[in-house]
Structure formats: structure tokens, C-alpha cells
Design a protein around this ligand. Structure first.
Ligand code: LGS
Length: 481
């Protein structure tokens, strides 16, 4: 094995999932409703008729899923907690649900007994419907951050003796933009999409973004002040982000557009969280006061909150082409077009089973290195994966043979190694998305991201080749075999 393909022995690796995508059992043991239950029920066409009522029934079959992790040799497992299982109505004065807490306690106990490190995401998009009803959920910055802090504290108190790795929020960008601009995710608000609830896409995404930033900040402060000394863990946030190259590499405006695109996607959250400063300049310039300001008190909290790591969710990359016309009020990209071809007609990466996802490991390397240089925190890749071409319609026997996914993983691990060895980035872990095929949000059960095939009729799980190959790849790279 080439010297630059090595990964340190303590490099963390495993598989990831999220509660609503796998658990099912939505009305069992006192769980309260979440905005995703409502979203799927009210307008089933928005999710291809799918919902999370059963999903992979992980709530009942969790031991089988942990058996898979053991079989795959995973060192770690990233999962999310459903807020409304812990606090059915969600609020800081609402009662706890001991049965929900017990579910996660047994899961965590079993992981620890198996020697698998739990990585717990507090929020993966399933806001309690109670908070949506009570005050509009993420649109109420003041209330939502206090309720999130209380929820986080309950999790630190009840799970923190065994959980040492915390991710506050998953992809606040997607929650804000898909939930409040395009309306394709819960709570499905948009001023442009006719299928959605009427919302104001020129302001709401930016408010929802601020509510999540402040929620993260408060959870981090709570951890650092009251739990860190005793529990000795780490806490971070998972941000999505594609890498953007200029559409015309000889045009400085396209270079600028590519940079702005990444600022609108990543800097939006990473500036306050990691650099402890205001939103990126280009956002303020385009959005003006539609982008909410931070008050002095909020800036003091931002200053205090020390976040330990950057969780990176990465799938694909694109080209950015600047626009000359004045941006629409609903524009959230930075006034540019996103394209899969550059000016010379060169396509970005290699096609996968989803039109928006093209495999671009070289650009992943650039992305890792850029993020490390800008924000200076250790990176854990908290999601990376793909569906294979044609996998959507395959039988189990066909799908378990997944060389495309194996190559995707291998080439993305190569990119990580290059970024570590040649670009000196600090990258400390990798989670493949996903442990098993699951509910792909508004795309329903079509796209299969799992390393395990899920039969949605029988709920049977069958390992794909990539699951076992990943174990092999890490063993080789970590010098274990
Ligand atoms: O399953 C989700 C994966 C799959 O692809 C996971 O829950 C999320 O955290 C994450 O967002 N995931 C994901 N992201 C890529 C989203 C790009 C969507 C582009 C659609 C273009 C119309």
C-alpha cells in the first residue's frame, strides 16, 4: 500500500442513519408527532406517497441493525434521536417520555457492549409538531433555541455517560432552504412552490437558519459549562456543502460565483459557528436586512461557544456561473446558476443512480482542504455515499452486487488520504451514508443509499458487497491486515 493511502489507526469510521428515515413506530411508546409526520400525511404526492410510519422498523429491529454493524466491523455508528420521542410536545416545560429515553438507552448500551462508539445527532430534521403548532417552529428564533437547549440538556444528562460524540444539528442549510424556500422538505413552506404551504421565501429561510445557529450555540455552551468536565466528550455540527468550480475558468466573475455559492451554503453557518463572526459579506450584500442581525447578547454567546469539530456531509460537486441580472428576492444561491457541465461542455464527475449526484472525488479533496483551511477545526466526514446507477429498480440479488458504490467509497477515501497527507488537513473520521436503504425524504423509498438492501415488504436486510468491502478498505489503510 502506497504511503499516502494510509489512515491513522485511531481514524474513526462507521455508518450513519437518521431517526425518521429508519425507525418507523411513529405512534408507539408515547412518541409525539414531528413535522415530517405531518408533511407526509397532508400531501402524500410530496413524498411519492411515502411516509415514515414503518420505514425500516428499526424501532423494533434495532438489534438486527446493530448485528449488521458488528458484522461490518464498524468502529462507530452515527444515529439521530427523535426529539418527539424524548419530549413529545418538544417544549422546555413539557414532560419527558421515559419510554422514548429507554429506547435510546438500550440502543446505546448495546453499542457500547459491542465496542461500537455511538455518535449521536440531536436534530435530523424531525422537529416536534407541538413546537410548529405552538409558535411556528424554527421561525421563532427566541423560543426554539431555548427549547432546543433544554432538549440537548436532557440528552447530555441521560446519555452523556456513554455518548462522547455529539452532533447538534444535521444540515441546517437543507432544513432552512428545503423547508422554507423550495418547500420540498417539512414543514414545506414556500412562496414559489404551489404544492407547499404559503410562506415568504425571501425571509423565512434566513430566520430558520438563525434559529438553528443559535440553537447550536446554546447547546454547545450548555455542554461546555455543565457537562464537559465530567463527561469529557466532543461536540460539533454537520454541514452539507457541494464543492463549486467556475463554469468559465477564465472569467473572474465565475470564480467569484463559485466562492459565493460556497459562502451561501457553508459560510452562512460556519462563519458564526467556527469563526465567531457575522455572516459572509456576500450574503449581507445581497440579502441586506432580510438576513437577520445578531444582537450583542447573541454575539457574546457566539463568542463563548467553542465547537470541537466540523461534521462534513459530502455527496457531489458542481460548476457555478455568475448572473448579471439583479437577484430575485427568493434567490438563495448567490445570484448564479449551478451546472453540471462547464463552458467547454465537460461534465463534472461520473454519473450515479441520482441525477444530482455525480461522483467527483478530486473535488471532494479540494472541498476538504478548503474547509480545513478556512475553519481550522478537525473534520469528521459524517455522511458520504451514493445510489448506484439503475439501483432503484433492482432486485435484492442484483443490488447486493454494487461495484459502483465500492469505487465511490474507495475513491473518496483516496481523496481523504490525499487531503491529509498532501494538503495537511486534519480529518479524523468517516461515516458512510447509509447503514441500510431507508426513506429518502421527499424522494420516498426509491433511491437506495444503503450498504444493506432493505426489502420494504418483509423488512429483511441483506448486506451489499460494499458493506464488507469498506471494512477491508479500512483494515488495509489502517495497517490492520
Ligand atoms: O438521506 C439523506 C442524504 C442523501 O443525500 C440524509 O438524511 C441527509 O442528511 C443528506 O442531505 N443526504 C443527501 N444529501 C444530498 C442532498 C442533495 C439534494 C439535491 C437535490 C437536487 C434537487
Amino acid at each position: 500500500m502506497n504511503k499516502t493511502s494510509f489512515l491513522p489507526v485511531d481514524f474513526e469510521w462507521g455508518f450513519a442513519t437518521a431517526a425518521y428515515q429508519i425507525e418507523g413506530a411513529v405512534d408507539i411508546d408515547g412518541r409525539g408527532e414531528s413535522i415530517w409526520d405531518t408533511f407526509c400525511r397532508l400531501e402524500p404526492t410530496r413524498t411519492n406517497g411515502a411516509n415514515g410510519d414503518v420505514a425500516c422498523d428499526h424501532y423494533h429491529l434495532w438489534e438486527k441493525d446493530l448485528d449488521l454493524l458488528t458484522r461490518y466491523g464498524a468502529k462507530a455508528y452515527r444515529f439521530s434521536v427523535s426529539w418527539s420521542r424524548i419530549i413529545p410536545f418538544g417544549g422546555r416545560n413539557d414532560p419527558l417520555n421515559e419510554a422514548g429515553i429507554a429506547f435510546y438507552n438500550q440502543l446505546i448500551d448495546s453499542l457500547v457492549m459491542r465496542g461500537i462508539t455511538p455518535w449521536l445527532t440531536l436534530y435530523h430534521w424531525d422537529l416536534p409538531q407541538g413546537l410548529q403548532n405552538r409558535y411556528g417552529g424554527w421561525l421563532n428564533v427566541e423560543e426554539s433555541q431555548l427549547d432546543f437547549e433544554r432538549y440537548a440538556r436532557v440528552c447530555f444528562e441521560r446519555f452523556g455517560d456513554r455518548v462522547k460524540n455529539w452532533i447538534t444539528l444535521n444540515e441546517p442549510w437543507i432544513q432552512s432552504i428545503y423547508g422554507y424556500s423550495t418547500g420540498v422538505n417539512a414543514p414545506g413552506r414556500s412562496s414559489t412552490n404551489e404544492q407547499s404551504e404559503a410562506g415568504d421565501s425571501s425571509t423565512e429561510p434566513w430566520i430558520a437558519g438563525k434559529a438553528q445557529i443559535m440553537s447550536h450555540i446554546r447547546a454547545v455552551i450548555a455542554y461546555n459549562r455543565d457537562f464537559r468536565r465530567q463527561q469529557d466528550g466532543q461536540i460539533g455540527i454537520s454541514l452539507n456543502g457541494d464543492y463549486y468550480e467556475p463554469w468559465d475558468s477564465s472569467d473572474s466573475l465565475d470564480w467569484e460565483a463559485a466562492e459565493w455559492r460556497m459562502e451561501f451554503q457553508i459560510g452562512w453557518f460556519a462563519n458564526p459557528v467556527f469563526l465567531k463572526k457575522d455572516y459572509p459579506e456576500c450574503m449581507r450584500r445581497q440579502l441586506g436586512l432580510r438576513l437577520p442581525q445578531f444582537t450583542h447578547e447573541e454575539l457574546a454567546l457566539i463568542e463563548e461557544a467553542e465547537t470541537d469539530f466540523y461534521g462534513m456531509n459530502y455527496y457531489t460537486s458542481q460548476f457555478a456561473r455568475h448572473r448579471n441580472a439583479k437577484p430575485l428576492d427568493t434567490d438563495f444561491r448567490g445570484n448564479l446558476d449551478e451546472l453540471q457541465c462547464n463552458r467547454e461542455g465537460k461534465q463534472v464527475g461520473e454519473e450515479s443512480g441520482l441525477y444530482w449526484l455525480r461522483s467527483c472525488p478530486e473535488l471532494f479533496r479540494k472541498h476538504l482542504t478548503r474547509v480545513y483551511r478556512l475553519y481550522g477545526k478537525p473534520i469528521y466526514v459524517t455522511e458520504n455515499g451514493c445510489p448506484c446507477p439503475g439501483e432503484d429498480g433492482m432486485t435484492c440479488a442484483e443490488a447486493v452486487n454494487d461495484p459502483y458504490r465500492i469505487r465511490y467509497f474507495e475513491s473518496h477515501l483516496d481523496a481523504i488520504c490525499k487531503s491529509i497527507h498532501e494538503d495537511e488537513a486534519s480529518i479524523k473520521g468517516y461515516f458512510a451514508w447509509a447503514l441500510l436503504d431507508n426513506l429518502e425524504w421527499s424522494d420516498g423509498y426509491g433511491p437506495r443509499f444503503g450498504v444493506t438492501f432493505t426489502n420494504y415488504e418483509t423488512l429483511e436486510r441483506t448486506p451489499k458487497q460494499s458493506a464488507l468491502m469498506l471494512r477491508q478498505m479500512f483494515a488495509e489503510r489502517q495497517g490492520i491486515i
